[in-house]
Design a binder for this molecule. Structure first.
Ligand code: CMP
Length: 140
């Protein structure tokens, strides 16, 4: 049994439509515990740094603009195989490809406004969690 922490971001398209609670219910129904959470307005600098890995992709500037277009909710989800379980609950990046019952199938508006971000590996999860949270803020 591997208990992991992973980073989740509820994106501006979802906070704008008041979907934070509905999305959190999906995480909790999947057995993930929300052990830290904060609502933030990202700055351009923060969004560029967070998504630095995508800086050469054609969608980078639009992605950064979208991520600063309204509040986000950053959170740490904890549970058995949390990285994988969270990615299953989120569904495919493009909502057109997402499975029924997933967050992106139910809530996402487009590949860009896709409601949630989740770490794609345990290594990245550690790095992404430390981007937003101090160790002392993770309560479990
Ligand atoms: P996310 O999991 O936050 O990681 C990078 C984000 O870039 C992704 O979700 C999408 O919201 C966004 N994005 C925009 N266009 C594309 C694209 N063509 N391919 C992949 N990701 C994209």
């Amino acid at each position: 049994m591997t208990i992991e922490n992973t980073l989740s971001i509820i994106k501006p398209d979802a906070t704008r439509r008041n979907l934070t609670g509905s999305i959190n219910a999906k995480f909790e129904q999947a057995g993930l515990n929300i052990i830290a959470q904060k609502r933030l307005q990202l700055t351009k600098d923060m969004a560029q740094k967070f998504y630095e890995i995508h800086k050469d992709r054609p969608f980078f500037n639009d992605l950064v603009d979208f991520m600063i277009s309204g509040p986000v909710v950053t959170q740490v989800l904890r549970g058995e195989n949390a990285v994988k379980v969270n990615r299953e609950v989120m569904g495919a990046t493009n909502p057109k490809d997402a499975e029924k019952g997933t967050i992106r199938k139910e809530f996402a508006e487009s590949i860009e406004a896709n409601s949630v971000h989740g770490s794609d590996s345990l290594e990245n999860a550690k790095c992404e969690i430390s981007f937003f949270f101090a160790e002392i803020e993770l309560i479990y």
